[in-house]
Ligand binder design. Structure first.
Ligand SMILES: C[S@@+](CC[C@H](N)C(=O)[O-])C[C@H]1O[C@@H](n2cnc3c(N)ncnc32)[C@H](O)[C@@H]1O
Length: 298
């Protein structure tokens, strides 16, 4: 890159020169050939960013620990009751002991429809769903299915602890898990959730009485590029489908497609009754109205 030296009195030319030298060094680095494969500038940038992310992991953890400590100190000062990690852990209800037997599946069989950044975002959202469920006194039976291929690699990189989660994490497709079950017992009642379905989920009191209900959430972050894809999957697999009854209870100016953690949290409360027995209470607690009013919120 050429350097335009402008004579001045305030040193701005030197700053410009340094900046352009930095840029030239960066560009040279970006032109690097990796293992015989020439990477594009964008790929190389992404790779360097990822390398930096890995290299600064311990530093980041330390910073987060300090932040947590400061937060606890602030809470203590405000006279709030602080529970230790051990105390919090001892209060958690294992999924198998939960009185709530309704299952919620997050179907991750959509990796081919997402780029790496969207998959990474999905991994974060799976973590969020798991945390919400884990800290609830009546967790639902959470299944995360089709963890394979590219999604598995990214999940293992960013949420390496997922294999120890107290929920079912499987590489199998939900259909294989639930529909091939020929043993005695209730037939599974599968409902694929889709904002595009013409059906609506029933009352919360009905859901709470079903102990064979399995609600499936599409593990897809697509900013609605693939409108109706989850509905299509439900139809292909010949299972029931329904949308949340948002329009019956909340006035919305924009689309009613919610982010996965919000759909999950709504279904958790609808299934276990911890927020009340009716949809309006649940929607008010979970849906960020401000965001809904300004567009979709994936
Ligand atoms: C971010 S949305 C993905 C939207 C995607 N275009 C699709 O075809 O579903 C993620 C998932 O949340 C669930 N979801 C989002 N909004 C919903 C609504 N209003 N009613 C029911 N399910 C919803 C669906 O299972 C959906 O697949």
């Amino acid at each position: 890159m050429s350097v335009n030296k402008i004579s001045d009195n305030d040193g701005s030319s030197e700053i410009k020169e340094t900046l352009s030298q930095n840029k030239a060094q960066k560009d040279a680095k970006l032109a690097k050939v990796q293992d015989g494969i020439k990477l594009s500038k964008k790929q190389m940038k992404r790779m360097l960013k990822h390398e930096k992310w890995i290299a600064t992991k311990s530093e980041r953890k330390k910073r987060e620990k300090e932040k947590r400590k400061a937060k606890i100190a602030r809470k203590k000062e405000a006279g709030e009751l602080i529970l230790s990690r051990k105390q919090i852990k001892s209060q958690l209800v294992p999924q198998r002991d939960s009185p709530c037997k309704v299952a919620v599946v997050i179907d991750c069989d959509y990796a081919d429809y997402m780029n790496d950044l969207e998959i990474k975002k999905l991994c974060k959202q799976l973590n969020r769903c798991y945390a919400i469920n884990k800290h609830n006194p009546k967790p639902v039976q959470l299944y995360i299915t089709s963890i394979s291929g590219k999604l598995k690699t990214i999940f293992e990189t960013y949420q390496s602890g997922y294999k120890n989660w107290d929920c079912v994490c499987s590489d199998k497709h939900w259909f294989e898990i639930f529909m091939n079950n020929n043993g005695p017992g209730l037939e599974p009642n599968l409902i694929y959730l889709s904002g595009d379905s013409e059906n609506t989920v029933g009352e919360c009191s009905e859901i709470q009485q079903l102990n064979n209900a399995i609600f499936i959430i599409g593990g897809l972050i697509d900013h609605n590029r693939h409108k109706g894809l989850a509905l299509e999957r439900a139809k292909q697999n010949k299972v029931n489908h329904a949308q949340l009854p948002i329009n019956d209870h909340i006035q919305m100016t924009q689309r009613r497609i919610l982010a996965i953690p919000h759909v999950f949290e709504i279904m958790l409360y609808a299934a276990n009754g911890t927020i009340g027995q009716c949809w309006p209470d649940i929607f008010q607690k979970v849906i960020p109205i401000r965001k809904l009013a300004s567009g979709d919120e994936q």
